[in-house]
Design a protein around this ligand. Structure first.
Ligand code: ADP
Ligand code: MG
Length: 325
């Protein structure tokens, strides 16, 4: 299945984002801090390497959709630049749009079109000549060939998502962007979407997906950027990000309630899960669990039980953002 325009083998990034800023207009009549408008992106820069599955990870409200919608031409940036496949989104909007297919976060369809018609209409929108349209092939690729002539409104949520992926690929863009493709979908459908995305990527499509699921980013993406409150706080190959999780976590059950956390430079994090349950995160290269316990005891606490575990991507995320996912 050849879904993509031929790409040249130079190492130009598929997407280049530099110092991208977005401040939304304030609501009418806003006063105080609100009158400034919401700063959704505060100067974000990163490249998406060609051929990668790139994960843009961040909690709700981080600015992911704002960034995607700027690339899609749906939101006007305040400042900064973005290039898609080498085309500036301001100077060369048409070419930039032709190089990217976007699956939006919200599913919107005219309920009275069939999947085949949805794709044909989209092909027409992009000016793809009838002879060159690949609606059948795309329906096949997203496993909707048997729904070719069903009304879109009769499709399940999962089928609609897959149809949106096909719709985004109608003009054979080398880059596919999916904004939270698996938010609120069941495990089975998530699997299907992951498979579809991997397949497209194997065929040469550069994929960008936003998600607030760490597990998804970890499983699917070869590179992960993390944004929080409109700022980029990490951008690394997935493997490296996971290796940052060199920390270990020790959970300590105490004999008596702990009134004050033991302050130790060597502890990366120290947290009471209950008055008698202390969790300490530490660098396993720098110290041992035994040393952690000794330090806690030196603060005058009696330990009754201990469990340890390795840190995972979730812990890295918490470490970087200071929040839960
Ligand atoms: P994410 O997709 O990561 O959840 P968004 O990009 O949707 O984040 O939102 C980033 C911030 O910008 C949030 O605080 C959100 O409330 C705000 N925001 C998003 N869209 C608008 C808008 N049209 N007008 C004003 N504020 C907005
Ligand atoms: Mg969003």
């Amino acid at each position: 299945m050849a879904l993509v325009m031929a790409s040249d083998p130079t190492s130009e990034p598929a997407i280049r984002i530099e110092n991208l800023t977005k401040r939304y207009a304030p609501p009418p009549g806003a006063t105080g801090a609100e009158a400034e408008g919401k700063l959704a992106l505060g100067g974000v820069s990163f490249d998406v390497p060609e051929g990668s599955i790139f994960g843009l990870l961040g909690p709700n409200g981080a600015g992911k959709s704002t960034l995607i919608n700027i690339l899609a031409g749906l939101v006007n940036k305040t400042s900064g630049t973005a290039e898609i496949w080498g085309f500036d989104i301001d100077q060369q909007r048409r070419n930039a749009s032709r190089a990217i297919g976007i699956v939006p976060q919200e599913i919107v369809f005219d309920p009275f079109f069939t999947p085949f018609e949805v794709l044909e209409n989209q092909g027409g929108f992009y000016g793809v000549p009838k002879a060159l349209r690949r609606s059948e092939e795309l329906l096949e690729a997203v496993r909707l060939a048997d729904k070719r002539d069903a009304y879109a409104r009769t499709l399940s949520g999962g089928m609609k998502r897959r149809l949106l992926v096909a719709k985004a690929m109608v003009h054979s863009p080398p880059i596919l962007v999916l904004d939270e493709p698996t938010a609120g979908v069941d495990v089975e459908l998530r699997r299907q979407l992951w498979e579809l995305v991997s397949e497209l990527n194997r065929d040469g499509v550069t994929v960008v997906l936003t998600t607030h699921y760490l597990e998804e980013a970890e499983e699917l993406c070869d590179r992960i950027a993390i944004i929080n409150h409109g700022a980029l706080i990490a951008n690394k190959p997935t493997q490296e990000l996971i290796e940052m999780a060199r920390d270990k976590v020790v959970r300590i059950e105490l004999e008596a309630d702990m009134a004050e956390l033991p302050k130790e430079e060597a502890f990366h994090r120290c947290e009471l899960l209950s008055p008698r349950t202390l969790e300490v995160t530490y660098d396993r290269d720098a110290m041992s669990a035994g040393q952690v316990l000794a330090m806690v005891q030196a603060h005058g606490h009696t330990i009754v039980d201990v469990t340890t575990r390795e840190a995972d991507l979730e812990d890295v995320f918490v470490q970087l953002t200071g929040t839960g996912a």
